[in-house]
Design a protein around this ligand. Sequence first.
Ligand SMILES: [Zn+2]
Length: 159
Amino acid sequence: MEPVKTSNPFYSTTDTSKVDVPNTEWNKILPREVYDIAREKGTERAFSGKYNTHKEVGTYYCAVCGNPLFNSNGKFESSCGWPSFFEPIKKGSIIYAPDNSHDMKRTEVMCGRCKSHLGHVFEDGPPPTGLRYCINSVILDFEKAKDAAKNYTDSQLSK
Ligand SMILES: [Zn+2]
C-alpha cells in the first residue's frame, strides 16, 4: 500500500526562495509517480502524459514546488511524445546540467527553485530559440490564464 503522504509545505507559486530538501523528505511528500521522475530522474512513457497535446492558454508550474516554468505561448506541437516548449517563462526558472547517461550527450533541465528533474533540452526546436524543452507532464501543474492577453514570455514582451 502507498504510504499516506503529508501535505507539501514547500509548494508556492509566489515564493521564489530556493528549496533544498533531501529526497528522503520528498519521498514522504510527493506522489510516487512525481517522485520517481522529479527526484530519481525518471521519464514518463512517450504519448502518455496529460499535457502532451494540451493546448489551453495558461501557465505551467513545477508540480514539486510551484515555481512557474513555462507558459502556453512557449509551447509548441512536437511529435516526440512529451510536452515541448521552445523557451521557459524566465531565464532563471530553469537550470541546466550535462547528462551523459545512456551513452548520449544530453542537457538535463531542472527546476530553478527545487532542482527537480523536468526533462531535457535539445537543439532541434522551432524559432525563435531553436530549442526544444522536452518535459515530463507529471512534473507540471497547469493553471488556465484568467487574462489570456497577458500570458506572454519575457522575450515575446520585449519585441
Ligand atoms: Zn520546483
